[in-house]
Design a protein around this ligand. Structure first.
Ligand code: GLA
Length: 583
């Protein structure tokens, strides 16, 4: 058992000054059987602490559920951190940002009329209290003063960039204390005076988030935190990518120099990210600062370990810097070498088409007015109605969230995209079967748009008349890999969202890299594990298949292609392809 406290100018571990050399590693972005490998590599880089957020919406996909199995086993993760001899920092939100769907806030929360978002509002606070009780029950026995690894718990996340409701922030801090958290609490804010004021709390250590100009940023932080240790809670050593944009990188020497400058000031650090991992499933968020930009599946972040956990040049450069500041010698023996990834191609077959047989894909319901995707509790839905207007007709909608494929009598006639602010499409004729496939591309995770609904919002019209009388199918994406038990395979030629499958042989279950550049836009699964979204726009053109998802012998790949494939084959490559870098 140890004592961890905030001193006049340092963190104090059992009364002695202690500098936190931490790296961010999100357990929910790494296969659990690879946690130990990543943690071991963190220790070898010279880190003494691992930091993680907790994504509320992943643990609680439905009201009343709190899942801590598999990739969500926070207790196991913290135990593995402890077993490696490292400390831990836990940032449970409730809001986490993190390029994660809705910044971690569950979508079901916003179905409540009048619910507040990150402010002192009864319904929001009641849900937060229940969540914090559940997650901190896992953390409480793992605090350093109870013999565990946890040194610090963070309250909210960059709250000063969002609001200034001190009563709310105080309520969250009080709830954390009431669950039995006894280690010091911290807040984090960008080093901007207004944000540090609005996002901080008396009696809670303020920390900063930044990736450059450390001396200046720490000076600003010091003005708002007159005593106590200085800490950069998010030292940004890279950045994330959006679909259609470049792959972001940060120069190795520049990043190492910034880290050195920060540590030379005597500050503690949490390197964001040490290892980013992957937004498996449909977990990636989006930005909307005027233009909607969904975030990609890879969370490589140009971090010291790449998306697949391989050490990069940044790893070596950071190790050199950290070795000069670490209080104990850094283990210089090389980490476990990775087996090469096999390269091969297999044909995809047995297509199953959504438009042909929607009843096999999800629950069918009827609605006078088109429901939102939230009403249907789905991320993808097919809507069908009959239209009877003479001549060409204008389809228009209030707002597209986020993308709609439009079909008329089974033929594709256009796409409406939120990113382009599309609101209308001229249909070649106004008579026949109108089908809309509506897709949620990830919820905004930063700024005032968190919590917003998905689907086709506002007035939906054909020419001037409201479009009503819809049959809807809420696609059960988790069940796509099981489609072949109910839906008969179709002919290879056809239109609209199509699921394909194949089996492929594996010798040793090592990491694989699935190339996606011959495909359009969709989602892929291996052995039922959802690898995430792909899109021909890139920048990424591989999906990472973690070794532990595979098994010796036959393995199953399922691909849901929403648009068209140039070639219905699957190619496995030797490594990651994260896309072009902008100069
Ligand atoms: C902020 C947030 C993080 C993350 C980074 C950018 O600092 O606190 O959750 O979104 O920005 O990667």
């Amino acid at each position: 058992m140890s004592d961890f406290a905030i001193g006049e100018s340092d963190f104090l571990l059992d009364g002695e000054p202690f500098r936190i050399l931490s790296g961010a590693l999100h357990y929910f972005r790494v296969h659990p059987d690879l946690w130990a490998d990543r943690i071991d590599k963190a220790r070898r880089m010279g880190l003494n602490t691992i930091e993680t957020y907790v994504p509320w919406n992943a643990h609680s996909p439905r009201r009343g559920v709190f899942d801590t199995t598999g990739m969500l086993d926070l207790g196991r993760f913290l135990d593995e951190v402890a077993a490696a001899g490292l400390h831990a920092i836990v940032r449970p939100g409730p809001y986490i940002c993190a390029e994660w769907d809705n910044g971690g806030l569950p979508a079901w929360l916003f179905q409540e009329p009048g619910v507040g978002v990150r402010r002192y509002e009864k319904q929001f606070l009641a849900a937060v209290e229940e969540y914090l009780g559940q997650v901190l029950a896992v953390v409480r026995p793992r605090q350093v003063d109870q013999g565990g690894p946890v040194l610090l718990v963070q309250v909210e996340n960059e709250y000063g960039a969002f609001g200034n409701d001190q009563e709310y922030l105080e309520a969250v801090a009080a709830m954390i204390r009431e669950t039995g958290i006894t280690v010091p609490l911290v807040t984090v804010d960008q080093p901007v005076p207004e944000m540090l004021t609005a996002g901080g709390l008396d009696g809670v250590l303020r920390t900063g988030s930044f990736g450059s100009r450390s001396v200046e940023r720490l000076r600003t932080l010091r003005e708002h935190q007159p005593t106590g240790p200085l800490m950069c809670m998010e030292f940004w050593d890279g950045w994330f990518d959006h679909w259609g944009g470049p792959h972001h990188t940060t120069g190795v020497e520049e990043a190492a120099r910034e880290l050195d400058a920060l540590l030379a000031q005597g500050a503690s650090v949490n390197i964001y990210m040490f290892h980013g991992g992957t937004n498996f499933g449909l977990t990636s968020g989006a930005d909307d600062k005027g233009v909607f930009r969904p975030t990609v599946t890879s969370y490589d972040y140009d971090a010291p370990l790449d998306e697949a956990g391989r050490p990069t040049a940044k790893y070596e450069a950071f190790r050199e810097v950290l070795s000069r500041y670490s209080s104990t010698p850094v283990d210089a023996s090389p980490p476990r070498a990775e087996a090469p990834a096999p390269r091969f191609t297999v044909a995809l077959g047995e297509p199953v088409r959504l438009l042909a047989d929607p009843a096999c894909w999800g629950a069918e319901t009827c609605h006078e007015v088109m429901p939102s995707l939230d009403d249907l509790q789905t991320r993808l839905a097919l809507f069908r109605t009959e239209i009877t207007v003479d001549g060409p007709a204008l389809l228009s909608v209030g707002e597209v969230r986020d993308r709609v494929l439009v079909f008329l009598d089974g033929a594709p006639v256009g796409v409406l995209e939120r990113e382009r602010r599309d609101r209308a499409l001229m249909l070649p004729h106004g008579r026949g079967r109108l089908e809309l496939v509506v897709e949620d591309q990830g919820r905004v995770n930063y700024g005032p748009r968190i919590g917003e609904p998905k689907g086709l919002l506002g007035d939906l019209r054909l020419d001037a008349e409201p479009l009503t009388g819809w049959t809807a199918w809420a696609v059960d994406l988790d069940a796509v890999p099981n489609l072949w038990t109910s839906a008969p395979p179709a002919s290879p030629a056809g239109v609209g969202p199509t699921a394909w499958r194949t089996s492929f042989p594996v010798g040793e279950p090592v990491d694989h890299f699935l190339r996606t550049d011959a495909w359009g836009k969709g989602i892929a699964w291996v052995n039922g594990f959802c690898l995430g979204r792909y899109w021909h726009r890139g920048p990424q053109h591989t999906l990472y298949v973690p070794g532990p998802v595979l098994r010796p012998g036959d393995n199953e790949l399922v691909v849901l292609e929403l648009e068209t494939m140039v070639d219905p084959t699957a190619t496995f490559a030797a490594g990651l392809s994260l896309g072009p870098v902008e100069d």
